[in-house]
Write a protein that binds this ligand. Structure first.
Ligand SMILES: Nc1ncnc2c1ncn2[C@@H]1O[C@H](COP(=O)(O)OP(=O)(O)OP(=O)(O)O)[C@@H](O)[C@H]1O
Ligand SMILES: [Mg+2]
Length: 509
């Protein structure tokens, strides 16, 4: 009898507890050599915990991790790297003021120095080759901090794959939601490199986009509440099967709640008149009425994110006027935007959305408290703050040990739900959302969509910026497309007559 070669990686009955929280309860997982395994599950299901246990960031409380059939105890990410395990984390870890090639080889410089002298030229050449092999057109000499979010993500990915050249082992690459910050084009580049690298590596891919799984994975494992709830070779998996294994119930038909879409609106709430940002945004005029959802579509760098920044006061326009309920808004001031009841869910949420060291409660009540600053008495009592927090934890099903849990101990998607909750708790008249579905599982997205519908019903004016076309078409009353920093079209999107994706894309490229 010939025995098959062992899988690249195996987890046997792995349990992980964080204090009273059981993140993983007896997980068996198998990653075959030269294959791509998709790992999907709700926010807080334990996906990142599996990655931490494999890459030495966390020790399993029970169970075993096997690499090439042999049990290993990996005490640190550095140790894991020597075993060939590289990770692209959910939150980015590059050093902004280093050059791209320095980041790619961070911690591995010794391999490039001779007699104590750092071989910068060799490092640069090496990094350039890795980027080239992956088909990533980024200059190894660029300053990392000057790159876009998506480009930095591609550098992280190159850094992980570089490991295969640095150690005499076949790399196991762990990707934790690598596509959530990437544009469609960048996602294609990543998938091309994954396909190219499959013959040299074994890859575990965590994603909330089922389309990612079907595009590059050979098999998929679903996780629910810290346990494996299903496993399929990709040919026998379907979106509906996965959806049910992830959420625990079948997918509902009205995902975007089109039947709840308003078709008549109140008075204009948000008005932009010839708003311009030199070099980034050509003059835009726009009016959003009470109860209206206006979608803003465009590729990366088209101006759509800039528009959001201008409305929320993060960026000062060089010209033009913004009015809320007819009153002029002081430009470039977050405080003024807040005072005008403009809420925002920014694209880079771990930077601008929440404070990791603070608790769920203090993050959640933050904008409400600030809006009362300067008065003699804090309006919210401690008890009411706690009640409000608990109500939103329940309503959005935020998975947390409690309202005093630090945000950084929440799973990525649950931290994002807190960003929503803080605005919903405070109440807003204008809500600007940049890519609201990012990092959220299919069930959580559906809940957020339902909430947006109910905000619209209550007369909130909503600006929905997104690269997700089905989402923007499904939710919006009308869609504004951007191209090269200017509005290229305005497309009506009533519930009974939604435009096709092609009709929208044509105006974006
Ligand atoms: N350091 C920690 N301390 C306490 N609890 C933690 C810690 N890390 C993770 N958890 C908890 O473990 C559970 C699983 O979290 P994990 O980050 O693995 O989820 P996930 O599947 O990656 O979710 P997401 O899709 O939102 O990223 C969550 O309930 C989370 O709050
Ligand atoms: Mg995660």
């Amino acid at each position: 009898m010939t025995s098959l070669p062992p899988p690249a990686l195996e987890l046997k009955a792995v349990t992980k507890r964080y204090g009273p929280v059981t993140a993983l309860g007896g997980v068996d997982l198998r990653l075959d050599r030269h294959s791509v395994l998709g790992l999907v599950g709700e926010n807080g299901a334990g996906k990142s915990s599996i990655i931490s246990v494999i890459n030495g960031t966390a020790r399993p409380s029970e169970g075993q991790v096997l690499v090439a059939g042999r049990p290993v105890t990996l005490g640190s990410p550095a140790e894991a790297a020597r075993a060939g395990i590289a990770t692209v984390f959910q939150e980015q870890g590059l050093v902004a003021n280093l050059l791209v090639y320095e980041n790619i080889l961070l911690g591995r410089e010794r391999q490039f120095s001779r007699a104590g002298i750092l071989g910068a030229a060799a490092m640069r050449r090496f990094a350039g080759n890795v980027l080239g092999e992956l088909g990533i057109a980024i200059d190894p000499d660029a300053v990392t901090g000057a790159l876009t979010f998506g480009e930095r993500q591609l550098v992280e990915i190159a850094k992980a794959f570089a490991l295969g050249h640095l150690y005499p082992v076949e790399p196991i690459v762990l990707l934790d939601e690598p596509t959530s910050a990437l544009s469609d084009r960048e996602t294609e580049i990543l998938f091309d490199s994954i396909r190219r690298w499959r013959s040299k590596a074994s890859i575990l891919l965590v994603s909330h986009r089922l389309s990612d799984v079907f595009a590059v994975c050979d098999a998929v494992t679903t996780l629910k509440d810290g346990r494996v709830s299903g496993h399929w070779p990709i040919d026998s998996a379907t979106p509906d099967l996965l959806h049910e294994a992830i959420v625990g119930r079948p997918r509902s038909a009205g995902y975007y709640k089109e039947h709840e879409q308003r078709e008549t609106f109140g008075e204009p709430v948000l008005e932009l008149v010839d708003v311009e940002v030199s070099g980034q945004l050509r003059p835009v005029s726009l009016s959003v009425r009470a109860g209206e959802i206006v979608g803003v579509a465009g590729v990366l760098g088209s101006g759509k994110t800039t528009l959001g920044h201008v409305i929320t006061g993060a960026l000062r326009p060089s010209r033009g006027a913004i009015r809320v309920h007819g009153r002029p808004l002081r430009p470039g001031s977050r405080a003024a935007a807040l005072a005008a009841d403009i809420g925002s869910v920014p694209a880079e949420r771990n930077v601008a959305g929440v404070i990791g060291m603070h608790s769920v409660q203090s993050n959640l009540v933050l904008p409400s408290i600030r809006s009362f600053a300067g008065r003699f008495l804090p309006i919210l009592s401690g008890r009411r703050q706690a009640q409000t927090t608990d109500r939103w934890i329940q309503r959005l099903r935020i998975k947390t040990a409690g309202r005093n849990q630090q945000i950084r101990n929440l799973s990525g998607g649950n931290a994002q739900k807190v960003v929503f909750a803080k605005w919903l708790a405070r109440g807003v008249r204008v809500f600007v959302l940049d890519d609201p579905g990012r990092g959220l599982d299919v069930g959580a997205k559906e809940e957020i969509y339902a909430l947006l519908r109910s905000l619209a019903r209550d007369g909130v004016a909503i600006v929905l910026i997104s690269e997700n076309l089905p989402e923007i078409i499904g939710l919006s009353n009308r869609i504004i497309t951007f191209r090269g920093g200017a509005v290229s079209a305005e497309i009506p999107a009533p519930a009974h007559d939604k435009p096709s994706e092609t009709a929208v894309v044509t105006n974006m490229v």
